[in-house]
Design a protein around this ligand. Sequence first.
Ligand SMILES: Cc1cc2nc3c(=O)[nH]c(=O)nc-3n(C[C@H](O)[C@H](O)[C@H](O)COP(=O)(O)OP(=O)(O)OC[C@H]3O[C@@H](n4cnc5c(N)ncnc54)[C@H](O)[C@@H]3O)c2cc1C
Length: 488
Amino acid sequence: MTGEQYKQSLRDGRAVYMNGELVDDVTSHPLLKSAVDRVARGYDKHYQAGEDAFGPYFSIPTTPEALREEAIRKSSLDGPTNTTSSSLLMLLSASSKMRATHPEYSDRAIGYLERARAADTRCVQTITDAKGHRALPPSQQDDPDLYLRIVERRSDGIVINGAKIHISHAVISHDLLVMPTKRMKPDEGDWSVACVVPVNAPGVTIVNVSFAPRPDIDERFFPFSSSHPRTEGFVIFDHVFVPWDDVFLAGEYEHSATFAHSLGLWERAASLGHYVDVADTLVGLAQLISEANGTDKISHIKEKIGEMILYASMLRASYEATLADVSYTPEGWASPSELHATAGKYYGSANFSAMVRHLHDIAGGGVLTSPTLLDLEHEVTGPYLSKYMRTMPGVSAQLRLRLFHAIRDFTADAFGGFQHVTILQQGGGLFAQQIVTKKHFNMTNAKNLGLQTAGVIGWDESVPDCHLSDLEGQLERTKRPVETEATA
Ligand SMILES: Cc1cc2nc3c(=O)[nH]c(=O)nc-3n(C[C@H](O)[C@H](O)[C@H](O)COP(=O)(O)OP(=O)(O)OC[C@H]3O[C@@H](n4cnc5c(N)ncnc54)[C@H](O)[C@@H]3O)c2cc1C
């Protein structure tokens, strides 16, 4: 599609509400227009004529080099296109895992991928349920719709009810890729459902929240968020019919986690790539504002920037490991390392606040109180601001104000707050990252090193993973002298 065709495709009768009103046309709404325009520019950039043409974001990596290319490309894509790419790669991974036992689901998933590629559509990850009482499973909630479920099975398809919340880019995309938010139990077949639903399907309503700056404010006051708008959708499914061709799971609880796990892999790898850019940006802003303020040679400032550099470098290292430590599906599709992606994402999320704290500490209160560039351009206030906001030859008031505005917008205003929570929660909170990291960590190796260090087994011996209490009986020797070399 061209950008214009994309815009036209969004005028499809979708039911979108925002700030208490029905949105007539998402392409012209003041708080959505810039997000739509950004995606449209992406369409125009990648447009090729011809029946068989498809965007590079639809390609399937089969080598580490292709995986890396894909990752580099991702950093320049808009949100919905990025999400589409991760979602379709997730479908591939899930389809591969289900092929042996459920070839029909596997075929339908691949069928959808081909349709999306041919039509150049954008789909979003539609996972997070309302979830109700967090400590209770779906079947024990006082309202069974708190997790999206099948309410009717028909000869031509299924009918679903529920809500999926925090769904990024939903209002400006075409399809909702619905999947269970967690592993279901044997009696939770109705909640074990994965399918694709068009955004304009009867029964779908989206209540949207936007983090775009208010359109009546000079966009230079929001230099980042005005060009990187985010929209988040609260998606309600009220008896939505889904034809069988669009259903990838309908009751097989043992595969309820297959989709979310597959998505987790691609989502976390993409998030980690994004964090690398965010971390480098934080370092850049900290260094620039310290130079603008004349504090760049002061020891505690250098130390703080040094810590930020370590953070950024560790993230880059884990991202490199994620892309290098590749595994393959039986079909030959390359997947990034789940262990490194998840550990890196945990580290990035857990330490983000401390890095922002350093940036704010280094920058000073101007982050919040710096007047706008319109005030700098005003005949009365401009000369005063020019005089008092400059710091030294070469560092004009305008340059310094722009840096302060960028720091506020990126870390301390509406988008900054959004980013703070998003980096923590999107793709699952810290606990979720910890569980996945533990699952992939080589505990056998770690325990063997522990046993070797304790002298319980020799340096050239190893034992299979089991609980220590089961191991003791199997060991011929329980005590060996620790070798001098090893101690050294
Ligand atoms: C900006 C943004 C964009 C997002 N985009 C998407 C998207 O596009 N698609 C999508 O599907 N989701 C999306 N998410 C959702 C994101 O994955 C969730 O926010 C995240 O999984 C946490 O779920 P929750 O917000 O419901 O919080 P909760 O589930 O309430 O979690 C809050 C805390 O409680 C803990 N907790 C909750 N239940 C349990 C339990 N049973 N046992 C142990 N600990 C528990 C969690 O670990 C966490 O620490 C997005 C979120 C944000 C903030």
